[in-house]
Design a protein around this ligand. Sequence first.
Ligand code: SAM
Length: 300
Amino acid sequence: MSEQADERWIAETLFDDLGFRMTFKVDKVLCELRTEHQHLVLFEQKFFGKMLMLDGATQISKRDEFVYQEMMSHVPLFAHGNARDVLIIGGGDCGIAEEVLKHKTVRRLTQVEIDVKVVEFAREHFPEFTGPAFADKRFECIIDDGAKYVAGTERRFDVIIVDSTDPQGPGKVLFSEKFYAGCKRCLNKGGVLVTQNGVPFFQNNELTSTMTKFRKLFADATCYVAAIPVYVGGHMAMGFASDDRRLRQLPVKTIARRYRKAGSFKTMYWSPEVHVAAFAQPRFIAEAVARAKAMPRAKS
Ligand code: SAM
């Protein structure tokens, strides 16, 4: 690929250990800095629009953010059915917060994000997410390490959404058993935990590792999938843990009824049918989940 001298290409380096990179031709760098926690670059890209990268890993692209934000919020909330207190760990761009706040049952949404710079610049560059979130009195954003927060808070939640970076840098601790145990401690009876668990085609061990830890803590540990174009490698896995297996086996008609009750707000990827189908795992993903089955569960 011949590059003009003034062209800039930014590479996703998340898969360097696998020997490949996805690179994006940059139209304009909007912001690039090293925060206290990570390297942050926000740039305009011809096809994907605004893109955010943290420590060389793509976080969000304007063009396809709806897939991930909708699936990480509406699946746990409609599976739960009556979530009133919700916690987001990470989620700096507030895309998920904006989706969660569409649920009228939600009485309070707390977001714990480690990097104030991500929130500050999201307020400047992603007002379409941060605007509605910060305008909603149910929303509060706490700047703290999510692992520390779940270990120490007295608050309890019906749904916890871990919208983290990948297991590197500040995000690494959000894939630890100690963190998941902290989440379990903060969940109300009937609560649901969902986690961003990477693209199993490239990050298979990450999924098995999370499932192994979930199985020690929860009666039901599985994942659901969604295809997110900018997260290269096919399906992305979203970890799903609860103590009630029925929550992830609800039929379309139940999810559709809950969606109607919530006001059938507009979505571009999630639907009651997609919700149910997302738990149908491609065989190689089901095997990665099954490999964790053998682990003994911790005494609750
Ligand atoms: N949607 C993106 C994805 O799938 O990769 C992730 C969105 S969001 C940008 C990820 C957020 O997690 C970042 O803002 C990052 O600062 C935050 N984060 C990383 N480690 C954290 C920690 N230990 N506690 C709280 N937030 C953390």
